[in-house]
Ligand binder design. Sequence first.
Ligand SMILES: NC(=O)CC[C@H](N)C(=O)O
Length: 396
Amino acid sequence: MTNRRRPAILVLEDGRTFRGEAYGSIGETFGEAVFTTGMTGYQETLTDPSYHRQVVVQTAPHIGNTGVNDEDDESGRIWVAGYVVRDPARAGSNWRATGTLEDRLATEGVVGISGVDTRALTRHLRERGAMRVGISSLDDDPQALLERVRQAPQMVGADLSAEVSTDKPYTVDAEGEHRFTVAALDLGIKRNVARRLAARGVTTHVMPLSSTIDDLLATGADAVFLSPGPGDPATADHPVALAREVLRREIPLFGICFGSQILGRALGFGTYKLGYGHRGVNQPVLDRATGKVEVTSHNHGFAVDWPGREQGFRAADAPLNQVIDTDFGRVEVSHVCLNDNVVEGLRAKDVPAFTVQYHPEAAAGPHDADYLFDRFAELIERGGRPGTELSEDERA
Ligand SMILES: NC(=O)CC[C@H](N)C(=O)O
């Protein structure tokens, strides 16, 4: 099912237009245009629920080379609202492949465009910021499409958790001997989170968005996990209230990405929209406690606001021992992005909670940050005594 020769157009909300060819499904789609710089892992990107309502631009010029397979999905479907590539592989080939990427996009109704100068498009988004976009292989009139783009919903203010969360709880069993039980609030969880926990003897109960604190605790949870997910964290009032219940009870808490923004809000910080976000697999992050730099996978358009940011204060410049007093005691910035000083992790000192804004569960990697799942397991093992998440080795 190849529609490669049918013309398609891409129109950004500021009117910039790119012409290309239909890729995937024929049709029309709208969303927030974002670029990702990952050279690998397109299947994981496409199936990551955090990309719900986003039109993803791949800066890597060749996409689809290894086809798609039955093992690498991060959820049960493709979530991106649209897909923009430069030069799709004419054939997908890999020992694990079960089909081609374009057929899968078409089967799942994902409208894409190929033959676009994705470098020019990325530079535009980097200069002007993430914005709404439309792709059409039905209508060749950019002006008419532009009007529809401008009617599409914005990402700021988008409350999307209910659209991606599981309807019913389900369980992912520990591998080998069971050590701990974690209740994971599903705001758009990726499969590899539960796998990384399972590898540490953790049984994970993945819980729907509507869960109450009693529902979470009824699983027998030793700890709570707040998942990544799409949308504007400023809208996530129920998860924030739930996180505050967890903090109040001093139950160990770990969160990733959207989960990190929710912990930030639960502690009393705001969140804000980044110009064009961080999306890719080679973002340098400093762990301020150990001084180590890790190369990490990111996918976020919002971040936790830090006192003084708007006046030019950079979290990375804060003295290592600087803590901020919150409703739940002292908190420190544990991780920062070395590209732009965005807050990439929070650690509470008086309650057992820590989070990162990036993806230690990243598949296809990198795996530098996998140690964070060890820190979580150690925190649970110590009965949630806070402020000591560093392992013996890291403290030495
Ligand atoms: N991957 C995520 O959890 C993304 C969180 C949030 N939707 C953001 O864009 O910042």
